[in-house]
Design a binder for this molecule. Structure first.
Ligand SMILES: [Zn+2]
Length: 171
């Protein structure tokens, strides 16, 4: 049976929960059998340690592991919480109240033109407090799941760097 390694297409089901700042475990995502996660091993887009934990497993194997913030999306960084002048959010001199709401994630660009997502924490009279940490920064991630399928990637999938067909790209 095929084992998970480079150049394999892997299908998994899992529950992802995180331990929040109050040390409570909260379920954030569930990939069930009807909509599993299908990815090209080595290119899942998830932290390296996530793939390292799955390395060598085969269809039918279960997994249950945790990633520390250091292995995942980093520690929460107070420096990434910044006040931005409110006029930055104006479009033709108007604030879009639908867009600018506490809890919303907004696409922003820094001075160098790098795109990043920021979460609105507070809206003041002059400034908006935004948090540019990854939403899972500072959290321990717990994965509990099962490997559903492991197959060889096609040459085309390797060339494209993503999975085709079920659970993947259709083009
Ligand atoms: Zn493709």
């Amino acid at each position: 049976m095929a084992q998970i390694s480079e150049k394999k297409v892997v299908t998994i089901t899992y529950d992802l929960s995180v331990t929040d700042e109050n040390q409570e475990k909260v379920l954030v995502e569930s990939a069930e059998a009807d909509a599993p996660m299908v990815f090209l091993f080595g290119q899942s887009g998830l932290p390296e340690e996530f793939e390292r934990q799955l390395d060598g497993k085969q269809a039918g194997d279960s997994f249950n592991f945790s990633l520390t913030p250091k292995q995942a999306y980093g520690e929460y960084d107070q420096q990434a919480v910044v006040d931005i002048p409110k006029n930055v959010f104006e479009i033709d001199g108007q604030i879009d109240g639908e867009m600018l709401q506490v809890g919303n994630f907004l696409p922003m660009a820094d001075n160098q033109g790098h795109h990043m997502q920021g979460k609105v924490l507070e809206i003041g009279d002059e400034a908006v407090k935004m948090d540019f940490n990854h939403p899972l920064a500072g959290m321990v991630m717990h994965f509990d799941g099962k490997v559903a399928d492991v197959r060889e990637a096609t040459q085309e999938e390797l060339d494209h760097g993503h999975v085709h067909g079920e659970g993947g790209h259709h083009h």
